[in-house]
Design a protein around this ligand. Structure first.
Ligand SMILES: *Cc1c(COP(=O)(O)O)cnc(C)c1O
Length: 219
């Protein structure tokens, strides 16, 4: 299959999963995860009509996205990897959605950079949904208070939650927990589901899925 066919295949599967879950068509947004791929591999996906992309490293993104964004208006770029506060300025300048806000220090750095630059990327809080020591994200039980802190103390508007469930076992219960936390926080967006489990995530209420290898091939 060509990269264009793989993209079309993923889009069809998203539509089928929306139908199956009784959700409206277009309820789920595809974030095409282009990390590690060069601009030349990404361009055909843009030409096929995809406009929303995810990257996990700020520096790598700075090497390819300013030019790609200049070529095609309407690109929306999501940061889905861990963010260090010394990269907050770069992240605010380049990304349209930052999905990995997970601690006070980074929230403060983003709030201050957003004021300085007058740019307002949308923000999601990353939850360490399986409480895995090697993974980033705020603990599930601290999520509601952290979202409230971002809103009240920093006047940030948090729009969603994001998670990466443990690689082992069924992801369903983790997706269900993220959905429950989102309701408790009063946020609308749920970023969950990757190449291996995006259809499951759609059944649990994902509003966006982050799909890399099923479109771009193995990294
Ligand atoms: C790489 C990555 C993805 C995409 O993973 P695939 O299995 O290639 O679809 C999704 N989310 C995050 C946070 C990632 O780092």
């Amino acid at each position: 299959m060509t990269i264009e066919q793989r993209l079309a295949d993923v889009c069809q599967k998203i539509e089928a999963a929306e139908r199956e879950a009784g959700r409206s068509r277009g309820a789920v947004t595809l974030v095409a995860v282009s990390k590690t791929f060069e601009a030349d591999a990404i361009r055909p996906v843009i030409v096929s009509g995809q406009r929303i992309f995810g990257e996990n490293r700020v520096q790598e993104s700075e090497g390819k996205w300013p030019a790609l964004k200049a070529e095609t208006p309407g690109i929306e770029l999501h940061l889905i990897g861990p963010l260090q506060s010394n990269k907050a300025a770069n992240a605010v300048a380049l990304f349209d959605v930052i999905e990995t806000v997970d601690r006070e220090k980074i929230a403060r750095a983003l709030a201050s950079e957003m004021k300085i630059q007058g740019r307002t990327p949308k923000l999601y809080v990353q939850v360490n949904i399986g409480m895995e020591p090697q993974k980033a994200g705020i603990e599930p039980k601290e999520t509601v208070a952290f979202v409230a802190f971002c809103r009240k103390e920093l006047a940030l508007s948090v729009e969603g939650l994001m998670c990466i469930p443990p690689a082992e076992g069924h992801p369903g219960p983790y997706f269900a927990l993220l959905e429950k936390l989102a309701r408790e926080c009063g946020v609308e967006k749920l970023s969950m589901g990757m190449s291996g489990d995006f259809e499951t995530a759609i059944g649990f209420g994902a509003t966006s899925v982050r799909v890399g290898s099923a479109i771009f091939g193995h990294r």
